[in-house]
Design a protein around this ligand. Structure first.
Ligand code: HEC
Length: 117
């Protein structure tokens, strides 16, 4: 085996190993966020892939996919509620969610709300 092939294998291995913890963390976060969404009745108004009272979580992910301010905007929107992005029906405020919980929820929604089961 020549040097460049070995080099390539090593490079691939390092890349895979460095990505692994990230994907594990994302799936733990997904599980926590899905549980939070259930506990806070978000899923009564939002389904992953179809509109109920509010837009589907996948539609939200798509709408904000290239918006660099999406995370901050959506955290504040979930906290305070309101209307105007999708129509006239307002979302109620969720004032008891912590900043960390809001971050978890928004991160999960922007990843397209991957299911955890
Ligand atoms: C009573 C129904 C209801 C509940 C409960 C609810 N939502 Fe909503 N949600 C809505 C509606 C309606 C909209 C659309 C608001 C608009 O047009 O600006 C919305 C919009 C959103 C958006 C997109 C906001 C935007 O401006 O684009 C996010 C993100 C969101 N909801 C997350 C959540 C989360 C997380 C929870 C639980 C903590 C939750 N929602 C609970 C009805 C609800």
């Amino acid at each position: 085996m020549d040097f460049s092939k070995q080099h390539m294998k090593f490079f691939l291995l390092v890349t895979l190993l460095s990505l692994f913890p990230l994907s594990v963390k994302a799936s733990i976060d997904d599980a926590k966020a899905a549980a939070l969404a259930k506990q806070n009745a978000c899923l009564g108004c939002h389904a992953v892939d179809k509109k109920i009272v509010g837009p589907s979580l996948q539609a939200i992910a798509k709408k904000y996919a290239s918006d660099p301010n999406a995370s901050a905007f959506l955290k504040n929107k979930i906290l305070k509620g309101g209307s105007g992005s999708w129509g006239v029906v307002p979302m109620p405020a969720n004032a008891k969610l912590s900043d960390a919980e809001l971050s978890l929820l928004v991160g999960w929604i922007l990843r397209g709300a991957p299911s955890t089961n």
